[in-house]
Design a protein around this ligand. Structure first.
Ligand SMILES: O=P(O)(O)OC[C@H]1O[C@H](OP(=O)(O)OP(=O)(O)O)[C@H](O)[C@@H]1O
Ligand code: HPA
Ligand SMILES: [Mg+2]
Length: 166
């Protein structure tokens, strides 16, 4: 995971916005569905991919959903990703006809290891940053590399002081 501290900008996503954007992703995916029009399964990249994957699976009426879990390790400046939970590989095979969903691509490290496992799968994210964009087949919104995306599951409503105090 990239450190959020050096990021210049923040892009705050509400549940409502995420729902709309994940639906927009499903809409785009309809047009690139495999021959016959059906994806065999959705694979969510945990944990951030689970909410978008649920929405996409609902919109496209895909009932088979599995997960892959990828953990990033930081060894000083070098960061690498490892699969710590695989989907059912009998189901997934080489990924043909399978849709992989994540909330965003940033550096592309997560998707690199996922793609190695399922080279023929279609990879979709809701948001994308330029460094990782080429790892994704379909996405909805691009933000700049120096933007940190804040997701609704990491946020809480909070009181804010008015601009002018009493
Ligand atoms: O393109 P990358 O640089 O690899 O970054 C993108 C990944 O980082 C975040 O997941 P994270 O590993 O923080 O775990 P989480 O989904 O459980 O929050 C995000 O949900 C993506 O999966
Ligand atoms: O911009 C981001 N937001 C949340 N999680 C992330 N993981 C990598 N980049 C990001
Ligand atoms: Mg993630």
């Amino acid at each position: 995971m990239t450190d959020r501290l050096p990021h210049e900008k923040g892009f705050h996503v509400s549940w409502d916005q995420l729902h709309r954007d994940a639906r927009a992703l499903a809409w785009r995916l309809q047009d690139v569905a495999p021959a016959g029009g059906e994806w065999r399964a959705v694979i969510a990249i945990t944990r951030g991919g689970m909410a978008p994957a649920m929405i996409v699976a609902r919109e496209l009426d895909i009932r088979t959903v599995d997960t892959i879990s990828v953990k990033s390790y930081n060894h000083q400046t070098q960061s690498e990703a490892q699969v710590i939970k695989s989907p059912d590989m009998d189901l997934v095979g080489d990924g043909e006809g399978v849709l992989i969903v994540d909330d965003l691509v940033d550096t592309g490290r997560t998707l690199k290891v996922v793609r190695e496992r399922m080279p023929k799968a279609h990879v979709a994210t809701v948001y994308a940053k330029p460094m990782g964009r080429d790892m994704v087949d379909t996405f909805v919104t691009e933000v700049s590399q120096d933007t940190w995306i804040f997701f609704p599951w990491d946020m809480a409503l909070q009181y804010v002081e008015p601009y002018r105090g009493a």
